[in-house]
Design a protein around this ligand. Structure first.
Ligand code: GDD
Ligand code: GTP
Length: 403
């Protein structure tokens, strides 16, 4: 029997994803019609041996209850949410709930960061792990550019055994182009390594030696567990060439949306001539032949242009990775990115080429039951602008957040 653990953080995380995560917790934000972490769950349940999925985070349980109930109905495995009393870091929550993970004595568990998207090759990862009998943890890795690699966990491997000989989390300078995807297989023995790390951290905390520990239960999976395991022949990395990316910014949500839509093309028979793939159409939706899908309660006037600026990950690059840009640059200006018309629940996207190099990204989040949505008047231009709900625009905007 196998289990899976999905780390989802809490309301303090995902700030780069705002305003999209203001109302919906980022792990539940819909990508290609499904909450972000439902894609993880769907990948886990494909493995028949995977019988339980534990979601660990510090969001209030009430925020997750509906989702967990829905998942429980949809998939015939046990799915539970375990709430940390305070953010415990990527390793602290795992260790805190170790008894729940070990219950039933699973052969191993998958560990997945909730904020990544991929076509999760979990079967291959499991096979790779079991082929290496002394493997305690196997990391899914992928190649990044030299420049981007430093924003991730970086690994050096023994070329023949694939054992990780060196692991540095977000190094200050270049270490390796092989980066950690935040997807792992872990044997239960990993908890022994964690226990040693936990006891040391706890001691440091109470003796005042740990500046970076916000509380005694806090532990970093990457720094306190993976780094010390490198070079011991217990840590391995499998390199993938499948698509994979983080989901940190609204721009990366577009990237993830496109790839998941490609992966799960749905109901092609429902595509009429006005709806171009790839789109997600809910199985219960009835689309009239004459319909043009534009979004709910949002109006874009004639001859208006809603534009963003192409940024990484560029959906047209097969192995594009996140560019970890913050919302504002050093001059205090908005970094060029997508334009967001923010409402809730419905995620639509237009993408087309204009002037050869300019991409239109329009994301429209529309709430069925809400009153008026965002209105973009005729003959205006919106460029790299974030528009919060219920705003009736009266003119063009560039590089602004409209509150
Ligand atoms: N439960 C819980 N509690 N989850 C947490 C906490 C916490 O206190 N802190 C972070 N997480 C979750 C996040 O929601 C996310 O899904 C995952 O753990 C990783 O969190 P980050 O701290 O944001 O790390 P990162 O995304 O910058 O880097 C990690 O992922 C990269 C791949 O996406 C590292 O593992 C890197 O090495 C890796 O390359
Ligand atoms: P995730 O997307 O889940 O990783 O959460 P996050 O968006 O909050 O990201 P993280 O905390 O990793 O911070 C992302 C980047 O923004 C880092 O380079 C931080 O140093 C920076 N950052 C985070 N919070 C602030 C803030 O309040 N002010 C400023 N200026 N920078 C911040």
């Amino acid at each position: 029997m196998l289990k899976a653990v999905i780390l989802i953080g809490g309301p303090q995380k995902g700030t780069r994803f705002r305003p999209l995560s203001l109302d919906t917790p980022k792990p539940l934000f819909p990508i290609a019609g499904l909450p972000l972490i439902q894609h993880h769950i769907a990948a886990c349940v494909k493995l028949r041996e995977c019988r339980e999925i534990l979601i660990i985070g510090s969001y209030p349980a009430a925020n997750m209850a509906q989702f967990v109930g829905d998942m429980q109905k949809e998939y015939s495995v046990v799915i539970r949410y375990l709430q940390e009393f305070t953010p415990l870091g990527t390793g602290g929550g795992l260790y805190h709930f170790r008894d729940q993970i070990r219950a039933g004595n699973p052969a191993a568990f998958f560990l997945l960061n909730g904020d990544v998207c991929a076509d999760f090759p979990l079967k291959e990862l499991w096979d790779f792990h079991t082929e290496r009998t002394n493997a305690l943890i196997t990391i899914m890795g992928t190649e990044a550019t030299r420049q981007q690699s430093v924003h991730y966990g970086c690994m050096v491997r023994d070329p023949s055994t694939k054992a990780v000989t060196h692991y540095v989390e977000k190094p200050a300078s270049y270490v390796s182009a092989l980066i950690n995807c935040g997807v792992y297989v872990c044997a239960l023995g990993a908890f022994n390594t964690m226990q040693a790390a936990f006891e040391k951290k706890e001691q440091d905390f109470y003796s005042g030696n740990c500046q970076s520990c916000p509380n005694p239960g806090y532990m970093s999976w990457e720094q306190d567990v993976l780094s010390p395991l490198a070079g011991t022949n217990k840590l391995y990395a499998m390199q993938i060439t499948n698509w994979w990316s983080q989901v940190k910014t609204p721009g990366s949500a577009i990237y993830a949306n496109r790839h998941y839509l490609e992966l799960h093309r749905t109901h092609p028979s429902q595509h009429n001539n006005n709806i171009l793939p790839d789109v997600y159409i809910h199985p219960t939706a009835n689309v009239d032949d004459s319909a043009v899908v534009m979004g709910q309660n949002a109006t874009v006037g004639e001859w208006s242009r809603v534009e963003g600026t192409p940024s990484d990950p560029d959906p047209n690059k097969p192995f594009a990775k996140m560019d970890n840009k913050s919302l504002f640059n050093a001059d205090g200006r908005l970094n060029p990115s997508v334009t967001i018309l923010e409402e809730k629940n419905l995620f639509l996207e237009w993408r087309s080429q204009i002037d050869n190099d300019m991409m239109i990204h329009l994301m429209n989040f529309s709430k069925m039951s809400s009153g008026a949505g965002v209105v973009v008047p005729a003959e205006t231009i919106l460029l790299n602008t974030i528009v919060l709900p219920h705003k009736h625009l009266t003119r063009s905007f560039k590089h602004e957040i409209i509150l």
